[in-house]
Structures are given as C-alpha cells and as structure tokens.
Design a protein around this ligand. Structure first.
Ligand SMILES: [Zn+2]
Length: 268
C-alpha cells in the first residue's frame, strides 16, 4: 500500500484496552496498530505545508506553522505553552471567538506518569488524548477549573514540586516509575495549594491506565528527523506517545513533523 499526504499528529482512541492509532494522510485513514510487526517506510517529499493556512513553507515553526501563522494563529498564542499567561478571561487574545471555545471552557490540571511524574494542564475535552500523546501510562485529574488561566495558576504552583516535562527517551525505553502512588501524589499536590485554589480540587477522580501497542521497546532510542534524512524504513516495533518505534532503536516523532508531505509505503 502506498499513500501520500501531509503528516499530522496521529489520532488515538482506546480499543480493547489498548491505545489505537490512526494516521490520516490526505483522504486515507491508515490503521497504524495493524502495521506493527510489518516493514514500512516513510519518505519525505521535500515539501512542508502550514497546518493552518496550507501554504508551502521552507521551515516549520511550533510543530507545523508557517512564520506568518506562527505570529498570528490563536493555536500558537503564548498561553498554549504558558496557560497562566492566558488573558482570554479579560477579553484579551489573538482571536476571542477561538478563545471562547478553547480557553474559556473547563480545564483540568492533572498528574501523569510516563517515566516520572509530571503536572500538566489540558482542556477537559482532551482527556485521554493529551495523556496518550505524552506516552503516559497512568494519570489522574486533580483539579477542574472554569478556564485556562486558573488551571495555569495551579500548575505554576505545582511546578515548584513536580516537573512539567516528559523525558521522551525514558518514556520510549518504558521506564515506568512503578513505585509512584499517583493517588497519594494527588492528595499531596492538592495540599500544597493555597485555600483559594483548593476549591477547584476534583475529589472524585480516579487514575486511568493506558496500554500502548508495542512489541519491543528501544534500548537506546535514536530520534530520526526528516530535516536530516529523507526516508525512514524498517520493521515497526510499536507506537507510544506520538512516536513510531522502528527496529534498530530508531524512533520518529510524528507530531514534530506536522505539515511535512510524505509517502507511506507498507509491505502489502
Ligand atoms: Zn500558515
């Protein structure tokens, strides 16, 4: 099978207790779990199209945008990376209509374990997608807020005690940090908050565990990028987060290549 199109982060869902991935290339939906154990190649066709306006761009900014959209699109406003800086609740944003649907809606603050524990913020509609994209195998919601800004303020407090980053190498090597009791961490984290933020605590949440479709994990993950080489090929060993894991320890982050035009070739 040969299909071509611009890459965009894989869609995910949970099917038979396992994360199920789909890669959409133009009009084709490729069931990625079915390709595990098979050989395939992904070849870059030397063209990047902005995921917002579609125009060709020589370079991708913020995972898929042309420079102009990077400067203007609401999806890459400062508050995406720094939720506490979101000012949509004050009526200030690049696009208030977009903000009403994305910032001024319920948000969750969560703890997630990929290889270590981290704190994060996401729109309530993005669970469990957000956790899957990070390769977290266990996560729990700790607070629910009416907008992005307040969730960011809570996260900022907790950043003094928890990382807000995922170590992608450890995540891909399947270092689990089994010893962490996430429900106990939830209680600890909430106790660290000042009273005016504790009122957003989500008391009734329970941990979610995720199983990724993987035959074998890399021992020394070696990150492949189309910026250096045109083609990655080999046997697909598994998928975790937004990474495809090939034999010989090679891995590729699909999300990092949003907008890159590629051709996927599979053995049958
Ligand atoms: Zn653009």
């Amino acid at each position: 099978m040969k299909v071509a199109g611009n890459l965009f982060k894989m869609r995910s869902s949970i099917k038979d207790d396992t994360v199920n991935y789909q890669l959409v290339l133009k009009d084709s939906v490729v069931e990625m779990n079915e390709l595990i154990g098979k050989s395939l190649s992904l070849e870059f066709k030397n063209q990047i199209n902005c995921i917002s306006c579609g125009k060709k761009t020589a370079k991708s900014f913020a995972q898929g945008f042309c420079y102009n959209c990077f400067q203007t699109a609401p999806e890459v406003e400062e508050c995406v990376l720094n939720p506490e800086k979101c000012r949509a609740h004050l009526g200030e944003s690049r696009d208030q209509t977009w903000a009403e649907k994305h910032c001024l809606i319920p948000h969750y603050v969560y703890l997630a374990i990929a290889s270590g524990i981290k704190v994060g913020v996401t729109r309530s509609t993005q669970i469990p997608t957000r956790w899957i994209d990070q390769g977290a195998w266990k996560a729990i919601i700790i607070a629910e807020t009416p907008n992005r800004h307040i969730a960011g303020v809570i996260e900022n407090y907790l950043k003094q005690h928890y990382s807000d980053k995922t170590n992608w190498r450890s995540m891909l090597k399947n270092v689990l940090a089994n010893e962490i009791d996430i429900e106990l961490e939830k209680e600890k984290a909430l106790a660290l908050l000042p009273a005016e933020l504790q009122k957003y605590a989500k008391e009734d949440s329970t941990p979610l565990e995720l199983v990724f479709p993987v035959d074998a994990f890399p021992t020394k993950p070696n990150s492949f990028t189309f910026d250096k080489e045109a083609k990655i090929e080999g046997t697909l060993k598994g998928i975790k987060g937004q990474y495809l894991m090939f034999d010989n320890d090679r891995v590729i982050n699909i999300r990092r290549h949003n907008g890159y035009l590629v051709e996927l070739d599979t053995e049958d």
